[in-house]
Design a protein around this ligand. Structure first.
Ligand SMILES: [Zn+2]
Length: 391
């Protein structure tokens, strides 16, 4: 499998090079189907191409195509950062799609017509033992440990090499969930002192995973630095570092997953309102960048959207401008810019004193309420208060 990954890495890089040359010399974009034809030709010619299943290679080309399509889109939009697809030093995953085949359903009575169904093959072979098996092309059956049963129709399998081992991601197709009728909404303000504050004033602590991990990471890095580069002991130390990073990432994802679930299911809210933050700009603040990257609000917002789509809930993102500078009771913006260090919001107009994040969360909720007033859910809030701010 490692040899496959090396091959796919080379393939992806040469596909990138192909496009780069075509763009520079002939000033044209190479399409995916052109490259796939080239791949088929190469498979007839070279032995090492034939040793790798074509499905993996196609997916590597597709991945490259995706990167270039996004790049072209950015060029058209004249984005500040065009982000030319990079040379990959290493590829960590391989994907293949599961084919559909025709299954004949047995006749129960003689008169009934033969029924045929188009189904996808199940990549999992269930066994009565501890390990189930996964069918991998050209390799055969591989022992796997299933952590949950498959739901829906399996479509694609991705094998990922991580520091702690190999993982199989199986993508399944599920029917759409009907949207729940929205009745109750909650606003959420994310921050670094507390991970988030809801519009009801509840706070969630920020576990600061990276800060926790830093001490041990430093130790591991020291060990690595002392050892001779390229030696076996050095590789062991490198592995320890990557494993440590993976664990930290797992902790973070575990927390975020549970938090999103809690917000939707335990609080009983159908609508979640959050800010539409531009994290890439925010990490440029050198005092906060580590904390902001560590909090990974990006994952939080994405997962909110994913879970909402899966379970039929609603998510709205509103413009975050001045949410922490405006009073949630009277709607007036404070004349002076309030620094992050001041944790309470004292309104100089109406005298309201609230927690800073709580105030911001209420503002976020109000903004969404104004945007959707009369459409889906009606609130008795004053519309003139939080006029939408142009970004
Ligand atoms: Zn006020």
């Amino acid at each position: 499998m490692l040899a496959w990954l090396d091959h796919l890495c080379d393939l992806q890089n040469s596909a990138r090079h192909d496009r780069k040359v075509a763009l520079e010399v002939e000033d044209r974009f190479v399409t995916l189907s052109e490259q796939q034809d080239k791949l088929t030709a190469a498979r007839e010619k070279y032995d090492d191409f034939r040793e790798v299943p074509q499905d993996f290679q196609n997916h590597a080309l597709r991945r490259n195509d995706k990167a270039f399509t996004a790049f072209r889109k950015r060029c058209k939009e004249n984005a500040a950062k065009k982000g030319y697809p990079r040379y990959k030093k290493r590829v960590r995953s391989l994907t293949w799609s599961l084919r559909k085949y025709t299954k004949v359903v047995r006749r129960k009575t003689k008169d009934a017509e033969k029924q045929t169904l188009r189904v996808r093959e199940n990549p999992i072979i269930e066994t009565p033992f501890r390990h189930n098996r996964l069918k991998v092309p050209k390799l055969g059956e591989v022992k796997i440990r299933m952590h949950r049963p498959l739901e829906g129709d399996p479509k694609e399998v991705t094998l990922v090499k991580k520091a702690s081992g190999w993982y199989a991601h199986i993508t399944c197709e599920l029917p759409d969930t009907a949207k729940v009728e929205p009745t109750d909404a909650i606003g959420v303000d994310v921050g670094t002192t507390h991970y988030l504050t809801t519009s009801e004033g509840e706070k969630e602590d920020n576990p600061r995973w990276y800060r926790q991990a830093e001490g041990l990471l430093h130790k591991h890095n020291q060990t690595m630095a002392r050892r001779k580069k390229g030696s076996n002991r050095w590789y062991k130390a490198v592995h320890a570092v990557t494993l440590h990073h993976e664990r930290t990432a797992n902790k973070r994802k575990d927390f975020i997953g549970k938090l999103v679930y809690k917000l939707f299911h335990h609080c009983g809210k159908h609508v979640l309102v959050a800010e539409d933050l531009q994290t890439s700009n925010m990490v440029q603040n050198k005092h906060l960048s580590k904390s902001i990257s560590d909090a990974s609000w990006g994952i939080f917002f994405t997962w909110c959207g994913n879970i909402a789509e899966r379970d039929g809930f609603h998510v709205h993102q509103v413009n975050p401008k001045n949410t922490s500078q405006t009073c949630s009771a009277c709607g007036k913006k404070s004349p002076k810019k309030r620094s992050l260090a001041i944790r309470t919001f004292d309104c100089s107009f109406c005298g309201t004193s609230l927690d800073r994040d709580h105030n911001a969360a209420i503002n976020i909720l109000l903004r969404a309420a104004c945007a959707h007033r009369g459409e889906r859910w009606v609130t008795n809030l004053c519309e003139t208060r939080n006029l939408p701010v142009d970004r």
